[in-house]
Design a protein around this ligand. Structure first.
Ligand code: ATP
Ligand code: AMO
Length: 436
């Protein structure tokens, strides 16, 4: 490995220390006889001050530098009030590791916002921007925290196929693929496999995977390829056990981000707080009542909340100090949710979690009785015969179970305070974008 100190580890307290850094030339400022070279690595930026009088040979090399050249610099750290971050490097050695042969087509060092489409077309350049890189450092830290929580709470990670013969979430938005001499589909959700595995004895599992939805949307919160954090657990009493897992793991994740990704949050100007209080759990009917009474808003679809409704509910609860709220008991849900349970005053044990005014996850308790499950499938026009691989698992004893799927891209969008979900994805896919 090339010798180097990560720039985020350099502080004014290191005054007088000799160190080596490596990174891209972020910015060059020539003051005649003094050259400021701002070097950027994946963790931050440091000002290198080359002086013609002190190190004439090195100064000559520095004068020939171009933006985005890759350099390795050794020198002495000097605390200075004038330096960005309060510390700079007086260089004694400067090596050009790799030269940039072209001039970047978008501004990397300045905060002029190119439009999103251009940024995504030139994503490899856009990601060099500290504010863009911060999104993905934050994403990595959030995912580390989330997976840690599940490992720490006796969940096991599983890996299920993304090619299959049937869709779990309904047939309309499937992507067909040519699979040898058959037609197959890209997975919409690991839903069926999660349940099969709980039946088989993986009674606390999670999976980080991709889900594909051929939805014909043009919204700021939908993409065609979704990173999904899926969870399933057995031996639940009801959907509240599932919400407990969703709530605790999310709180842990946000807390970790607030405590360990402050540099990224600062870079993004995102002011995030940890939702310490219990997330309110309201029924679907209560949600509709709040929308009608407080905002005179009636979602078009009787069985769902619309985007505007979710935003308004988010606002309503945020004003009361709750950034996250569960809406429980959606009517006419997919066949795998427990519905019409005797004694329940809700239509189903399905919930959505709204976080900062946007749906972040869906989940609930599942139907584990094969008779009721097949009846529900038939009622919904889903042929049980096409789901034998799934139903078979329910013939050998299945613990009562539940789970949820959380859209990772939406989580990052909200944590980072981004307008569009595509900003939270390195190489997003939508109806118009299949590259880069
Ligand atoms: P579901 O569980 O109902 O299949 P979902 O969990 O995949 O949906 P979304 O796709 O975010 O979650 O849908 C939630 C809400 O988003 C919908 O109720 C609808 O109000 C809104 N929505 C979905 N598609 C669009 C669209 N094309 N344009 C505007 N809003 C949309
Ligand atoms: P659902 O279809 O609600 O539920 O998806 C779960 C979560 O995935 C995210 N999501 C999306 N994100 C971006 N673009 C999209 N097109 C998109 N579609 C969904 C959302 C959503 O809340 N099997 C169930 C989950 C379960 O019950 O376990 C499912 O897939 O954040």
């Amino acid at each position: 490995m090339l010798e180097r100190t990560y720039i985020e580890d350099v502080t004014p307290e290191d005054d007088g220390d000799e160190t080596t850094i490596a990174g891209h030339v972020h910015e060059l400022r020539d003051l005649g006889g003094i050259l400021f070279v701002i070097v950027r690595d994946g963790t931050g930026r440091l000002q290198v001050v080359a002086k013609e009088d002190d190190t004439p040979d090195l100064f000559e090399t520095a004068e020939d530098l171009d933006s985005e050249d890759v350099v390795q610099v050794t020198g002495t750290l000097e605390a200075s009030d004038q330096a960005p971050g309060g510390v700079e490097l007086a260089p004694t050695e400067l090596t050009v590791v790799s030269e940039a042969t072209d001039v970047p087509s978008i501004e990397i060092s300045k905060d002029v916002d190119a439009d999103l489409s251009t940024r995504l077309d030139e994503r490899h350049l856009d990601v060099r921007k500290p504010s863009t890189k911060a999104v993905f450092s934050l994403r990595s830290k959030a995912m580390q925290a989330m997976t840690d929580w599940f490992y720490d709470n006796r969940f096991e990670e599983v890996d299920t196929p993304e090619l299959s013969t049937a869709g779990a979430e309904g047939g309309a938005d499937l992507f067909p693929v040519v699979y040898y001499d058959k037609e197959a589909y890209l997975s919409q959700s690991p839903q069926l496999y999660k349940q099969i595995l709980v039946a088989s004895g993986f009674d606390r599992l999670f999976e980080v995977g991709h889900a594909f939805r051929a939805e014909d949307f043009g919204t700021s919160r939908h993409v065609s390829e979704i990173a999904m954090f899926d969870v399933e657990l057995g031996y639940v009493e009801d959907h509240h056990d599932v919400m407990d897992v969703q709530e605790e793991s999310l709180r842990h994740t946000i807390r970790h981000v607030v405590e360990h990704a402050q540099r990224e949050l600062d870079e993004l100007g995102s002011d995030l707080s940890v939702p310490e209080e219990d997330f309110p759990r309201i029924t679907f009917e209560e949600a509709r009542e709040i929308l009608a009474d407080e905002y005179n808003h009636v979602p078009e679809d009787d069985d769902d909340l619309d985007t505007k409704g979710e935003r308004l509910l988010g606002k309503y609860f945020e004003e009361q100090g709750h950034p996250a709220v569960f809406v429980v008991g959606y009517p006419n849900e997919k066949f795998y949710y427990r519905q019409d349970v005797e004694g329940d005053d809700i239509a189903s044990r399905k919930f959505d979690l709204l976080y900062l005014g946007q749906e972040l996850s869906s989940g609930g308790q599942r139907e584990h009785d094969i008779e009721r499950l097949t009846a529900k499938m038939r009622e919904q026009g889903v042929e049980p015969e096409n789901f034998e691989f799934y139903l078979d698992a329910f013939r050998y004893g299945v613990p009562p179970h539940g789970g949820y799927g959380l859209g990772i891209d939406r989580l990052v969008q909200q944590l980072a305070g981004l307008d569009n979900i595509k900003e939270a994805i390195l190489f997003p896919r939508d109806p118009d974008r299949l590259e880069p």
